[in-house]
Design a protein. Structure first.
Length: 242
């Protein structure tokens, strides 16, 4: 009988129901199936993760995989929660809220760059998982010094993490990414000839930005600029004595 997703998420908790006693014990654990799926996603992307591929990787039948994870949708939730459980959580210590939030943002950006397939999982059921809840609790504490009410605190954290996800998506490497600095250096002059006097503002701003970044855009520059604006926006919520 399939186990509910919440029981699979909390499978290591003492209160979690255990599998039936009848029949032979499986040669692999649910955690081993999830770990294999995460490794496959890291190596080949989320599209490569299938029940069949997992069965082949683990040396078990496709039906045996289903006894562990119910189906692919539940598997993706388990993968995300496991990865959140293992992510680095910077110590807040005595740092001010700006440093705390900057560390939280940096840790999440690093996680998404290491496991970009997380950007493709938008299943809200991850909120029921132990790893996701532990991460959420830790990151909420980064906002302690702001003195926000609970609803505002949740919204503020969502605001920060939405910015991080957007920045991570912007950093996903396109096939031509390595060629852009050279292409910019070669074609900037030609582009100016083609444009002539058209679009003067775009030319002026684009030229200044391109010269500063040696490319049409810079994810690193966008990250620092955007994160500073996020912190400024949160600063408007700060209580006078915080």
């Amino acid at each position: 009988m399939p186990r509910e997703l919440i029981d699979l998420l909390w499978r290591d908790h003492p209160a979690a129901p255990q599998g039936g006693a009848r029949g032979p014990r499986s040669r692999v654990t649910t955690s081993a199936v999830v770990d294999a799926a995460c490794a496959l996603a890291d190596a080949e992307g989320l599209a490569a993760v299938s029940v069949r591929r997992l069965g082949e990787a683990l040396g078990i039948s496709t039906m045996s995989v289903y006894t562990h994870v119910n189906g692919r949708d539940d598997l993706l939730v388990l993968m995300a929660d496991t990865t959140y459980a293992r992510m680095a959580r910077p110590d807040h210590g005595a740092a001010g809220w700006r440093d705390r939030v900057r560390r939280v943002a940096g840790a999440n950006l690093a996680l998404l760059l290491e496991h970009p397939w997380l950007l493709e999982i938008d299943d809200e059921r991850t909120a029921f998982g132990p790893g996701t809840i532990a991460r959420y609790d830790h990151e909420l504490h980064a906002l302690d010094p702001l003195g926000l009410d609970d609803v505002a605190r949740d919204a503020a954290l969502t605001f920060v993490l939405d910015f991080v996800r957007g920045a991570a998506r912007a950093r996903r490497r396109a096939p031509q990414a390595d060629e852009m600095p050279q292409a910019w250096a070669r074609w900037a002059g030609r582009l100016a000839e083609y444009l002539g006097d058209a679009h003067p503002l775009a030319q002026r701003v684009g030229s200044a930005a391109g010269e500063a970044m040696n490319a049409p855009s810079s994810p690193a520059h966008a990250w620092e600029f955007g994160l500073a604006r996020v912190l400024d926006a949160l600063g408007a919520l700060e209580e006078p004595d915080a």
